[in-house]
Write a protein that binds this ligand. Structure first.
Ligand SMILES: C[S@@+](CC[C@H](N)C(=O)[O-])C[C@H]1O[C@@H](n2cnc3c(N)ncnc32)[C@H](O)[C@@H]1O
Length: 257
């Protein structure tokens, strides 16, 4: 697929797919991963990545695709950010098998709390043994279902969640990013951070004409939503933003008031 590198060639791991922005050369991306990311990646995260790279399509209703998981370099960056912030309470929208969730859980203190939302519990359950092995499963409150109604419930029925989270990570359906933003911006505390993954969307954000768009349909399908979302964030007075060109693009929003 566009924006992925196949066969990173890391010793002891199968050939994998990682998601990176097409603007970054494959050689440079591999250099970063092999030199600075993999040697420091906790063993349990490596194991979860290995599981996710395995083709489990014979299992009904579960399709595995490692490019879905958040990139290891991005999670290395976010893990450091979480520790710098002394984050304790986080929210994640889009769990899959839990690579970003496990990296987050490992970065929070023992009494850290994460509400994690995904439409698919089966994928989360495949990754769950790695949370148990790492002794961090108790931090995760998994909620299965479509994220929008769950967020609405958290905002209304469970009012305590207004301004409650230190950090929110959004990595689910891109066409809803704007809807997610207008909810989670109320749920993160003032000074807290929201991270939106894939905001460079495989580099498609800079493909101007159809002729310059050698992207598969699932990329093109959400390209306009990502463009609209990026422009919206750039003008949103509620947050300070930082668009980081790591992996497939990560936009950090710090709530201002
Ligand atoms: C890119 S994957 C998340 C990857 C994850 N952050 C990781 O590091 O492995 C996107 C996830 O969003 C979930 N998802 C898609 N639409 C959703 C929705 N409307 N509500 C909740 N989850 C959704 C999918 O089931 C999928 O697991």
């Amino acid at each position: 697929m566009a924006g992925s590198s196949e066969g990173v060639g890391e010793k002891g791991l199968p050939q994998i797919l990682e998601r990176r922005c097409i603007l970054q050369s494959e050689a440079l991306y591999q250099y970063i991963l092999e030199t600075s990311v993999y040697p420091r990646e906790p063993e349990v995260l490596k194991e979860l990545r290995q599981l996710t790279a395995t083709d489990h399509r014979q299992v009904p209703a579960i399709r595995f695709w490692n490019a879905m998981a958040t990139s290891p370099d991005e999670m290395q960056f976010l893990s450091m950010l979480l520790k710098l912030m002394n984050a304790k309470k986080t929210l994640e929208v889009g769990v899959y098998t839990g690579y970003s969730l496990l990296a987050t859980a490992l970065s929070l203190p023992h009494d850290g709390e994460i509400i994690a939302i995904d439409i698919n519990r089966k994928n989360f359950e495949l990754g769950l043994p790695f949370f148990e092995k790492a002794g961090v499963a108790h931090k995760v409150d998994f909620r299965e279902g479509r994220a929008l109604p769950i967020l609405d419930d958290l905002m209304t029925k469970e009012e305590k969640y207004k301004g409650w989270f230190d950090f929110v990570f959004v990595d689910a359906d891109k066409s809803n990013y704007m809807n997610y933003h207008n909810r989670v911006v109320e749920m993160v505390r003032v000074g807290g951070i929201i991270g939106y993954d894939n905001t460079l969307w495989n580099g498609s954000v800079v493909a101007k004409a159809m002729a310059e768009r050698p992207f598969p349909y699932y990329i093109m399908e959400c390209r306009d939503a990502i463009l609209e979302f990026n422009a919206y964030l750039a003008a949103d007075p509620r947050v300070e933003i930082c668009h980081v060109s790591i992996a497939d693009g990560l936009t950090l929003c710090r709530r201002l008031n």
